[in-house]
Design a protein around this ligand. Sequence first.
Ligand code: HEM
Length: 199
Amino acid sequence: MGCAISGLAAKAEFGDRTTEEAAGAAYPSEDQIQMIKESWKVIQDDIAKVGIIMFVRLFETHPECKDVFFLFRDVEDLERLRTSRELRAHGLRVMSFIEKSVARLDQLERLEALALELGKSHYHYNAPPKYYSYVGAEFICAVQPILKERWTAELEEAWKTMFQFVTSLMKKGYEEESNRQRHLALSPKERPDKKNTAL
Ligand code: HEM
């Protein structure tokens, strides 16, 4: 189950960051974009497998994430999940999002909009931002054996940068949606007066 992420613990690398730090997450460089795209050509043949490995590992290393999923929260034997049609479908949804993100690395605004919306939808799935960074770490562990000798420290850094970028925007979207819902829950009288707050 272990997986070395450049010798550092996944938590330190993908650790919880504040929204302020996250909002300023670095955008992948041109070289990193090229590396990610090249490696994706290899990974894409195995997306169903990677999706399943990623989520089974996520549930093993962070069992609290399993509770967020209505379909999986009562499954005790994680080995059973390896053949679950539902987990396969869920893994494919997440992997096709990653595919879209890779395709949009050249269109920053479109990628931002996509990740922001995903964060908003995760507010409604009750999936809080503190868990998002785990997914990138598990993705890296799942694709390393597929890329074999093609895996390098630079490629790992490139994928981490992309995941940090996407998850920081997801966190922003989650918080925006959470504030919006809090505002909607207030009666019109309780809502802050825009004219007053602008002063
Ligand atoms: C990099 C991090 C993540 C990405 C890219 C991601 C992506 C996605 C995508 C593409 C969907 C399909 C529905 C949609 O487009 O709105 C989805 C659904 C969902 N995600 Fe995530 N997710 C991430 C992290 C997490 C985490 C950490 C959790 C739970 C702890 C989670 C819980 C859920 C749930 C409950 C659903 C709805 C059920 C379903 O579609 O099967 N997600 N996610």
